[in-house]
Ligand binder design. Structure first.
Ligand SMILES: Nc1ncnc2c1ncn2[C@@H]1O[C@H](COP(=O)(O)OP(=O)(O)OP(=O)(O)O)[C@@H](O)[C@H]1O
Ligand SMILES: [Zn+2]
Ligand SMILES: [Zn+2]
Length: 827
């Protein structure tokens, strides 16, 4: 007798209360098709509506009665869309980040292939015209419509026909067995097809054929001529070359001379020509670094590395040659770069070296482009992926290497559920697939460097620039003194003069300010009223080009008030500076200079990024102003001056990483200066010239900075000495939220006390209003747990259980609970 097998399935249902794997019976007829990692359709809930699911595990036995289990309806995929290793990785992520199954697997699966089940309608096979007499007018209409289309989407039929009570009529037709409803899977995004023209006539017969055509059929003759050289040509291209219309092609088609075909093509996100990126002979440090890594991997010594290389030390070249080695062993490589530095410059280096062997994944791709890139990887057509955070899930089967460039960057941590850290995920993936992990940075994060010192990563140093160029000199300007001297401008005397000299010497300048917009807030001088976003608890930023106030959290924009909404006074003043204001001042001070600005406000349009950078390369820009978007990856030899307008901006953030961020930003931006023959110069403006972040970055001394910072981390019990678990409870109902937060805190402390031996005072903080108390009209309370490595697992378990319990508690009905394990910033 056939013995049942069972599948454990993640079902794509929106309900958050049922985060578990569902068990289904595998019917005999699909037993040979079903596999872990394939998607299936399963009946769900009381109504048995069909939902999509992902097979996580197949088992022979279950330890409960199978009476109530339902059978799987259908297998969707021909081949698994996720490998077993990626499924294992997903399960690990679920535990690590206290996330839900569905969140995790939605993240790992490519966007664009999540399928919808769509209701279709068609006429049954048993339908007979003779029935028509017995139908009323409306039903006849429905039947007529269907006879023409054979089958169609139910919704389309409804909108097209616009018949009152159409559902009843359809039901009636269905009951009589005349029409039937069925499900179809809509893959959302299809492969891309393009029309091609194929030559059907013999090449040698070209003249004969031309003679046979009418003498005045010039266009047709032109098409035949063109086709005599090629067998296939894109229809578009043919029409362009011959300047003919589609009717010309059609008429040749009807004469049987050509064929018109739909051919599956890949969308190509990179349409430009990319110059080859030549191999260079490595410097001593590069060579040592490369050899150590290769040797260790080869001897199975160690497979995790941190390259600490100063800006311009040539880390990229090391990556390229490592990938080369992987290719020789037929292994796949993933390169992660921060989203903002996925600039054409970075991409070109990899494409320039490895050409068609590279797939690119980033958020500016369309869903179609993304899907095509994913397919190229999945089908083994490329062996290298360069991408942002989520490229860590690239579906390779023979992974050899993951490189994470600028590993200190914030963008490797996801701010959406699951709130994963791509570095940790990469590490786990490398463990599972026996691949090597290489992290690189000029300013490693304190946590990573600490782990390297403790032996988790092999530390490799590249202390000098590849072309022997000197590190730029950094001059600190105390803005308090400028003010005393009577200089109220945002530019110090020194920076102003340096910009002027640089313009005169035909060199390029970069001005950095980590805040976009024009003014950072608007306030009333009479009563102090500050214009805040009505949905969020933060002040709105003024944008000059569009003359609006924008909320940088929710995107809401409003017209700036001309009188104070509070007291009616007309003394409304614009405070604080953003990149737009810097741009305006620069244009006033240096009217003949060619000035450009680069920040998210003006680079969302496709290609705008590319244009600014190529203008910069071609010397069409003298002064480039930007946010941290310009702080990394850029390699322009003619940039000799970098101005940091306000280093304090990051120093004053209410975040224990503020000093670290500041050191990193200064070092990275400064690193753009003097990469060519002329020594670079950096002018750094600040109100806190004595701060250790500023002093150590001036000396280019990462280690000194690290030593000072790590002491502070230890003293105040911050990472890496502790893990931070941040819990944010949110609700539109402020009072309910306060009650629920207190209750949650109380239960949490209670359960922790029962399970941990010691509860330190600083272990669990809160509930406190979150730093941004309101976002998108939702109030936010925060509870923070600090715990040592040894206790993390147990604390997480307790917390996870508590969240599940509370989700079923009336008091928490409208409360959203969000958990972030080791958040990158606390807002
Ligand atoms: N061995 C070499 N010989 C000569 N030039 C080199 C060599 N290696 C790299 N370069 C050049 O040195 C410059 C800096 O290299 P690269 O951008 O790879 O450094 P990086 O460490 O990635 O810098 P950053 O961290 O600042 O982005 C580039 O223009 C690169 O082409
Ligand atoms: Zn006022
Ligand atoms: Zn807002």
């Amino acid at each position: 007798m056939h013995k049942n097998k069972y599948a454990l399935i993640v079902v794509d249902n929106a309900s958050t209360n049922t985060d578990k794997l569902f068990t289904y019976i595998i019917p005999e007829e699909i037993i040979n098709y079903i596999e872990v990692g394939k998607r299936v359709l399963v009946p769900f809930g009381k109504s048995n509506r069909l939902l999509e699911g992902l097979v996580i595990e197949i088992v022979d036995d279950i330890n409960f009665s199978s009476n109530k289990l339902k059978p799987i309806k259908k297998v969707i995929d021909d081949t698994p869309i996720l490998s077993k290793k990626l499924i294992e990785l997903g399960l690990w992520m679920k535990d690590k980040y206290l996330a839900q199954y569905i969140e995790v697997f939605k993240t790992i699966m490519p966007t664009g292939i999540s399928n919808k089940v769509i209701k279709y309608i068609r006429i049954t096979e048993g339908y007979n015209r003779a029935y028509e007499d017995r139908l009323d007018e409306k039903q006849k209409k429905i039947i007529e419509y269907l006879l023409e289309l054979k089958e169609c989407e139910l919704n389309r039929l409804k909108t097209d026909l616009c018949i009152k009570n159409i559902n009843l009529h359809i039901k009636d037709l269905e009951d009589r067995g005349l029409v039937e409803l069925f499900d179809k899977i809509d893959t959302g995004i299809g492969k891309k097809y393009e029309k091609f023209v194929k030559r059907l006539f013999d090449k040698d017969k070209t003249t004969e054929i031309i003679d046979s055509l009418k003498k005045n059929a010039n266009k047709q003759i032109e098409v035949i001529r063109t086709l005599s050289d090629v067998e296939y040509i894109k229809l578009k291209e043919l029409m362009m070359k011959t300047d003919c219309g589609y009717s010309t092609v059609k008429s040749l088609h009807s004469k049987g001379l050509i064929e018109i075909l739909d051919i599956n093509v890949n969308r190509n996100p990179i349409k430009r020509y990319i110059p080859p990126y030549k191999r260079v002979s490595l410097t001593e440090h590069q060579k040592l670094c490369l050899d150590t890594i290769i040797n260790d991997i080869y001897k199975n010594n160690k497979n995790k590395f941190l390259i600490h290389g100063v800006t311009g030390s040539g880390k990229t070249e090391v990556y390229l040659q490592l990938i080369d080695k992987m290719l020789k062993q037929n292994k796949d490589s993933i390169v992660l770069v921060p989203e903002i530095s996925l600039t054409p410059q970075t991409v070109e280096r990899f494409m320039g070296r490895f050409g068609d062997n590279v797939a690119i994944l980033h958020s500016r791709l369309s869903i179609g482009e993304r899907y095509d890139e994913w397919r190229k990887i999945k089908e083994g057509k490329v062996k290298i992926v360069v991408g942002a955070r989520s490229a860590v899930f690239a579906p390779f089967n023979n992974l050899g290497l993951i490189i994470i460039d600028e590993e200190h960057e914030n963008s490797y941590k996801s701010s959406m559920n699951p709130k994963y850290n791509a570095i940790e995920v990469a590490e786990k993936r490398c463990d599972l697939e026996n691949a090597a992990l290489v992290l690189g940075s000029a300013t490693p994060s304190i946590e990573t460097y600490y782990r390297a010192k403790n032996g988790d990563f092999k530390l490799l140093e590249m202390p000098i620039r590849a072309n022997k160029a000197k590190m730029p000199s950094i001059e600190i300007v105390d803005m308090k003194e400028e003010l005393e001297k009577g200089n109220k401008s945002i530019f110090s005397e020194s920076l102003f003069k340096a910009i002027k000299d640089n313009l005169h010497n035909k060199k390029q300048t970069i001005l950095f300010l980590n805040r976009r917009g024009f003014s950072t807030f608007i306030s009333c001088r009479k009563c102090g009223y500050v214009v805040k976003c009505s949905e969020c608890d933060i002040s709105m930023t003024y944008h000059l080009d569009s003359n609006i106030l924008k909320c940088h959290y929710c995107g809401l924009s409003v017209k700036p008030p001309t009188t104070c909404p509070e007291c009616g006074s007309r003394y409304i003043k614009y405070f604080g500076i953003g990149t737009q204001k810097v741009e305006e001042y620069i244009k006033k001070l240096f009217p003949s200079a060619k000035v450009a600005r680069m920040d998210v406000d003006n680079t969302t349009k496709k290609g705008s990024h590319e244009r600014i950078l190529s203008d910069m390369k071609n010397g069409k820009i003298d002064i480039l102003i930007g946010t941290q978007m310009i702080s990394k990856g850029l390699d322009f030899p003619n940039v000799t001056l970098v101005g940091i307008i306000a280093a304090d901006m990051s120093l004053n953030l209410p975040d224990f990483r503020a000093s670290e961020r500041t050191f990193q930003l200064i070092t990275q931006v400064s690193g753009r200066a003097g990469r060519g023959d002329v020594e670079g110069r950096v002018i750094l403006q600040t109100y806190e010239p004595e701060h250790y972040s500023i002093l150590t970055s001036k000396e280019h001394d990462y280690k000194k900075f690290y030593d000072m910072e790590i002491k502070i981390r230890k003293e105040f019990n911050y990472p890496p000495y502790t893990n931070i678990i941040n819990i944010v409870l949110g609700s539109k109902d402020e009072i309910k939220l306060n009650e629920a937060s207190k209750e949650f805190y109380f239960c949490l402390v209670n359960r922790l006390e029962k399970n941990l031996n010691v509860i330190r005072n600083d272990l669990i903080l809160g509930p406190n209003p979150a730093p941004i108390y309101k976002i998108r009209n939702s109030y936010r309370q925060q509870i923070m747990i600090k715990c040592i490595e040894k206790e993390v697992e147990i604390v997480k378990k307790i917390l996870g259980d508590l969240v599940i319990d509370k989700k079923n508690d009336k008091m928490f009905k409208d409360i959203k609970i969000s958990i972030d394990i080791n958040p990158i910033s606390i807002i």
